[in-house]
Design a protein around this ligand. Structure first.
Ligand code: TUI
Length: 314
């Protein structure tokens, strides 16, 4: 059993969060993760308020355990989702892809536990100042929108930057990696890619199979030119996007190429037009399992790795 400040703060059994993956992390997946003792998180992504509200209501009907909502701050609907989490009395909010300062007072007044994703020391310090309860330090091994630094470099610097509990994310899909981040000072982990293979994850079968069959070099980063680097599977779409990016396609046309691409991957498994977000660690995701099996495997592996960590020490 691993007890840390984050299991205590949230009243959850395992210090393990399921990442807020746009169009993927719905009420059903989040409830399955929370019921298995982790923290399930519903992704708001670029979706409007009514969609997210439906997913929150679904999760409430499926679990009485705590769950969270992730707010993607670049979303045109971020303001209304920020109100929604207060109206729905969501217990935990995580944020990504931006600075949530302007919402902090309303969330804290509503008694919400706020855990922003940070990819730099400056953002960690700012989040401490505006009242964050904990931080998710996400390295660029992750899928989706990526920062500059890797998990192994970022986590200890975020741990040193404030006294807040730190959850490590990016490149973690098994107990070994989880244990490694604990040795860096993290008190919890967040996984996205590993949950793509969960039975309760209702993505297109094409997407799931691509993750399970992925190898070490299966992902690439596109979108740097527009200032939103995104890691995804190396599909025909990703290659085409990269060619357009470096071939001088005007910014507006390039933006247009990406519109709706996440949805086309998740719902239709469309390898020509869909953007299949994935972390570098997809190669370590080997089979479809229930969310509960995934969580038990990672936490058991983590405990064994931590207990075994003294074997080279005289
Ligand atoms: O947000 C993510 N991952 C995401 S968001 C997403 S949807 C999307 N679609 C198209 C383009 C871009 C995104 C898919 N995957 N992870 C959390 C994360 N947040 N990683 C890095 C950051 C981050 C970056 C900058 C957090 C704060 C930040 O602050 C910058 C500033 O000064 O505002």
């Amino acid at each position: 059993m691993i007890k840390t400040p984050i299991t205590e703060m949230l009243g959850i059994r395992y210090p393990l969060f399921q990442g807020g993956m746009a169009w993927i992390a719905d009420g059903n997946l989040a409830a399955a993760v929370s019921n298995a003792g982790g923290l399930g998180i519903i992704a708001a992504g670029n979706a409007p308020k009514e969609y997210v509200k439906g997913e929150i209501r679904k999760a409430k009907s499926l679990t009485d355990k705590p769950f969270g909502v992730n707010i993607m701050l670049m979303s045109p609907y971020a303001d209304e989702i920020a109100d929604l989490v207060v109206e729905e009395k969501v217990r935990v909010v995580t944020t990504g892809a931006g600075n949530p300062s302007k919402y902090m007072k309303a969330w804290k007044d509503a008694g919400i536990t706020v855990i922003p994703v940070v990819a730099s020391v400056a953002m960690a310090k700012l989040m401490k100042r505006v009242g964050a309860d904990a931080l998710i330090a996400e390295g660029g091994e992750s899928g989706g929108h990526v920062g500059e630094l890797t998990t192994i470099v970022l986590v200890p610097q975020i741990v040193d930057a404030t006294d807040l509990p730190v959850i490590a994310a990016g490149g973690i899909a098994d107990g070994r990696a989880a244990a490694a981040t604990f040795l860096l000072g993290a008190v919890g982990i967040q996984m996205g890619t590993r949950f793509l293979s969960a039975k309760e994850c209702s993505i297109s079968p094409v997407y799931k199979e691509k993750i399970i069959k992925a190898n070490d070099l299966c992902t690439m980063v596109t979108g740097k030119r527009l200032g939103h680097p995104v890691r995804s599977l190396r599909t025909n779409f990703a290659r085409r996007y990269q060619e357009a990016e470096y071939g001088g396609m005007p910014d507006e046309e390039l933006e247009q190429l990406g519109v709706g691409a996440l949805r086309k991957a998740v719902k239709d498994g469309d390898l020509e037009n869909g953007c299949f977000l994935s972390g570098q660690v997809a190669a370590l995701v080997k089979k479809e399992e229930s969310a509960e099996e995934i969580i038990l495997d990672v936490m058991q592996g983590c405990e064994e790795a931590l207990k075994g960590a003294l074997k080279w020490v005289e």
